[in-house]
Design a binder for this molecule. Structure first.
Ligand code: GBH
Length: 512
């Protein structure tokens, strides 16, 4: 398609700030925080140890035939359940201000319910938190990162409205047991991925694949569960524990594929379905689901003879409960897609479905640099535009970048990841210059880990984990040295070359 080359130049032209790319050394503002992230199921292992209950990912990875690309599981993974002290050494070596990790619900509450607390589970997280504090690393705890207790899934999981209470009971235990030392909380990681990928498709556990219905039931329950936990913290813990609590949304940037008003509307719809569905109820002044989402689903539902919209309504009290229920806007952002409307593609998606409701087609520009993950391309100007749009739509909320990162097939010499981190941090600095209130940046991930349905075929770590060695050896990639210098200097120097980077392992691997 010929228009793409032109399009790319045109977008560069639109992004005046982007030209600052040529500036070689830029400083981060005082108080800006740097961290790295992981999630329990992806790193811990210890899947059936010390009284832990089963989660939907334990069940998924033990299903025959395996739904996981390489047939792998998180049974052992990086074994952080036993090697957490080594992980804290890495954090210290990197010099990160904070480490974002998640708590496994079924390690704390084996049955999902709050009747039986598993003491070894509490011990594990207490040990991890204390080890971090001893080394001056601030813990940033994600309460839920996708590993729902299987027992609760049997009852419908996030499609059962009672989960609002189950989640609140679980979160209360974490505040009670860890809140004296944990001052940064995230309720839920990426609701859209939970609801669409887990319930509306078969991309994530529990693979429910009930699109057009389940995503929206899940969305409302998640928003309510999040809001209840926010208010619990706000009303009963904040005064004593003095922490901050919010949510993280996965935000892809959608750029119109052409300048037609149809393609512009397709991009707006894609943003509103992807993250506006969760951001608007929490961060807008009006609250509730965004107009585009409500209208599209109501219209399609009527056409399809549903007696009412497949999108559940929110009562005025629910709207009020959810609105404003986050101290910060947590953004996980990785990539950009081009978006267009194409009437001839009618019938391309199942009816009803989330994709049909959204009515946009998403493509990647083949000129963009491609990661190991098929969905991931390096498009830093999209990250810049996303941050400016969040500032514009939601009255410049405090933003924490809670995930950003790049996948490779492996190896210690990871120039692709270095290029990605540098270009995205440049875009972040440009957004700060535009007045965006970005307070923190989190690299995904500290270490290689179980990448959900793609198993161990995609490596996101600043540190390599040698999954074939019995010790699960961690080694710094070149990008770890680069990130370390950014944090030490509080500056982004595009020309910095680490002197102490040793990659004999790579040399050996390549037989050179
Ligand atoms: C995060 O999800 C997760 O929080 C983390 O657990 C995971 O390991 C990490 O990212 C890396 O994947 O571009 O339209 O094809 C990221 C969720 C998954 C959202 C891919 C965007 C592609 C949508 N992303 N998805 S599209």
């Amino acid at each position: 398609m010929m228009f793409r080359g032109f399009l790319f130049c045109f977008l560069l032209y639109l992004n005046g700030g982007w030209c600052k790319r040529t500036q070689q050394i830029r400083s981060f503002p005082d108080g800006f925080l740097f961290g790295a992230a992981t999630a329990a199921y992806q790193i811990e292992g210890g899947w059936y140890e010390d009284g832990k209950g089963l989660s939907i990912w334990d069940i998924a990875t033990h299903t025959v035939p395996s739904p996981i690309k390489d047939g792998s599981t998180g049974d052992v993974s990086a074994d952080s359940y036993h090697l957490y002290k080594r992980d804290v050494e890495l954090m210290k070596e990197l010099g990160i201000d904070f480490y974002r990790f998640s708590v496994s619900w079924s390690r704390i509450l084996p049955n999902g319910f709050a009747d039986k607390i598993n003491q070894p589970g509490l011990d594990y997280y207490n040990n991890l938190i204390n080890e971090m504090l001893d080394n001056n690393i601030t813990p940033f705890v994600t309460i839920y990162h996708w590993d729902l207790p299987y027992n609760l899934q049997k009852l419908g999981g996030w499609t059962n409205p009672l989960i609002v209470e189950w989640f609140r009971d679980y979160a209360k235990i974490l505040f009670d047991r860890f809140g004296d030392r944990v001052k940064f909380w995230m309720t839920i990681n990426e609701p859209k991925q939970i609801c669409y990928e887990g319930y509306g498709s078969d991309l994530k556990a529990p693979f429910l694949n009930a699109t057009g219905i389940a995503e929206y039931i899940c969305a409302k329950n998640i928003l309510l569960a999040h809001a209840k936990v926010y208010h619990l913290y706000d009303e009963s813990y904040r005064k004593i524990q003095n922490g901050t609590i919010g949510i993280s949304l996965s935000c892809t940037w959608y750029e119109p594929a052409s300048d037609t008003s149809d393609d512009h509307q397709a991009a707006v719809d894609a943003r509103q379905f992807d993250w506006g569905q969760y951001a608007h109820p929490i961060f807008s002044n009006a609250g509730d689901f965004p107009a585009e989402v409500k209208q599209n689903i109501a219209l399609k539902s009527a056409e399809q003879s549903f007696p009412k919209s497949r999108l559940p309504e929110m009562s005025a009290a629910e709207v009020a409960l959810i609105r404003g229920s986050s101290d910060f806007f947590g953004i996980n952002s990785y990539t950009t897609k081009l978006t267009y409307r194409d009437a001839s593609l009618e019938g391309m998606y199942p009816v009803p479905s989330y994709m049909d409701d959204m009515g946009a087609v998403m493509i990647k520009d083949p000129s963009w640099t491609q990661a190991q993950s098929t969905w991931l391309q390096e498009v830093p100007w999209g990250f810049y535009k996303l941050l400016v749009e969040v500032r514009n739509l939601y009255d410049n909320p405090p933003v924490y970048i809670t995930e950003n990162g790049w996948s490779t097939a492996g190896g210690l010499l990871d120039e692709g990841r270095i290029s990605y981190y540098r270009s995205y941090l440049t875009a972040l600095l440009d957004a700060l210059d535009e007045g965006c209130d970005v307070k923190a940046y989190t690299a995904w991930s500290l270490i290689d880990n179980f990448e959900w349905k793609n198993g161990y075929t995609e490596k996101f770590g600043l540190y390599e984990v040698d999954f074939s060695s019995p010790e699960l050896t961690r080694r710094p990639r070149k990008s770890a040295h680069i990130y370390k210098e950014i944090i030490r200097s509080r500056q982004l120097n595009l020309n910095y070359e680490p002197e102490d980077f040793i990659h004999e392992h790579d040399v050996k691997e390549k037989g050179a």
